[in-house]
Design a protein around this ligand. Structure first.
Ligand SMILES: C[S@@+](CC[C@H](N)C(=O)[O-])C[C@H]1O[C@@H](n2cnc3c(N)ncnc32)[C@H](O)[C@@H]1O
Length: 386
């Protein structure tokens, strides 16, 4: 049944929706606050030349291949959206009529649509009614009955009577790569771990150490980065279930990204934690991510973290910080020990996440805040050695 559906979808895609003459889609990838310039750089590394960083994400234009490449290859975005259209509307019938004209075809299939609406400073202010009318409009446009199960997620944003309708091509947020099923204490989201690695200045060509690795997110993201593995390479995306899905093109994009990867790393990424449960979680996650062989994972306390490490150029970590785990003096001592470890190794770069600037300064080294973002509703800064 699944295969029949995929074949049908691919046929429709080839006959109706693809081809060089079709205008490119307006794309937008949202990200955690503060990550926009890093995301722009990541998109440029994927070969995108027309992108622009905006508050909350990055916008660019591209065809189906660009959507597939971004979903697979962006490690800092939370989603890839296609903007179906923009128009003005101040009454529900007008909204429904104009929404019906949008190019729903490639995006809405048998699963229908699941519409979320946000209204600000507009005559249309009831999100529920707006969502309902847009869902009706989509159903009328494609001639199918919308049901919520397996639906295409649609986002409607109305600001000062200007309506913007977008489709989520990703499904599960992109930071859910699929590997982190096991967690330890206070895990750092995958996209934030990657952003911390990006600001650390690590060259991705030499050993790196995370001496408080928890479930291993930083070490795993470091290995994915260094091996140039597409962060979304092991998961499914919502676009795979849409009528416009072009399976041969997707296979081509995957193969193209695959061709750039390294089969293994010529140097290790080190991860350690004093907690045996964390080590177990990190191993299981690394295995699922396909990078276990690139990591040297150990149960060790911070003071012992470098016992089996040679030639490391960066220490990147997410130590415990007040708001979540640990307390006062003990934490300050821990940060001071972290600083000692770095001071004892010339040329070792330091980057760490911490929500408390006073605590961060307890490392006793010159540091600067390279980025401020949001981790589950709490402000967190990424500090790097100055
Ligand atoms: C905030 S968590 C790290 C979370 C990790 N980044 C992740 O995404 O799962 C901090 C970790 O530091 C470890 N830790 C705390 N004090 C330590 C010490 N003295 N030596 C080694 N590990 C320590 C804890 O066991 C915990 O797993």
């Amino acid at each position: 049944m699944e295969r029949a559906r995929a074949t049908r979808a691919a046929r429709r895609a080839r006959t109706c929706y693809t081809g060089a003459s079709v205008k490119p889609f307006s794309l937008f990838a949202p990200c955690a606050p503060g990550l926009e310039p890093l995301l722009l750089a990541e998109l440029e590394e994927l070969g995108v030349r027309n992108a622009e960083a905006l508050p909350g994400g990055v916008a660019w234009a591209g065809h189906h291949g660009a959507i597939y490449r971004a979903n697979l290859g962006l490690g800092l975005a939370t989603q890839v959206r296609v903007r179906l259209g923009r128009f003005r509307a101040s009454k529900l019938p007008e909204l429904r009529r104009k929404a019906r004209q949008l190019p729903w075809g490639p995006w809405v299939g048998e699963g229908g649509v699941d519409v979320r609406a946000v209204c600000k400073r507009s005559k249309l202010h009831h999100g529920g009614a707006v969502a309902e009318r847009v869902a009706q409009a989509a159903a009328e446009a494609v001639g199918e009955v919308p049901i919520a199960e397996g639906a295409t997620r649609v986002l409607v944003r109305i600001v000062e009577n200007e309506v913007e309708v977008s489709v989520d091509t990703s499904g599960e947020p992109l930071h859910r790569r699929g590997y982190r099923l096991a967690t330890a204490k206070a895990p750092l989201r995958e996209d934030l771990a990657r952003a911390l690695l990006r600001v650390s200045g690590w060259d991705a060509e030499s050993p790196l150490v995370d001496p408080m690795m928890g479930a291993g997110t930083i070490a795993i993201e470091a290995a994915l980065l260094a091996r140039r593995l597409p962060p979304g390479g092991r998961r499914r995306f919502a676009f795979e279930d849409t009528p416009g899905f072009d399976a041969p093109r997707y296979a081509k994009v995957r193969a193209e990204l695959e061709a750039k990867t390294r089969p293994a790393l010529p140097f290790p990424i080190h991860g350690s934690d004093r907690d045996a449960g964390a080590l177990e979680a990190a191993r299981a996650n690394a295995e699922r991510a396909g990078v276990l062989a690139d990591l040297r994972l150990r149960e060790a306390s911070l003071s012992d973290a470098f016992a089996e490490v040679d030639g490391a150029t960066a220490l990147v970590t997410n130590p415990p910080w007040g708001a979540r785990i640990g307390d006062g003096d003990a934490l300050r001592d821990l940060y001071a020990s972290l600083g000692e470890l770095v001071r004892a190794r010339e040329g070792l770069r330091l980057a760490f996440a911490c929500g408390d600037p006073d605590l961060a300064r307890a490392v006793g080294l010159p540091i600067r805040s390279a980025l401020m973002t949001d981790a589950g509703g709490t402000k967190v800064r990424f500090f790097v050695g100055a």
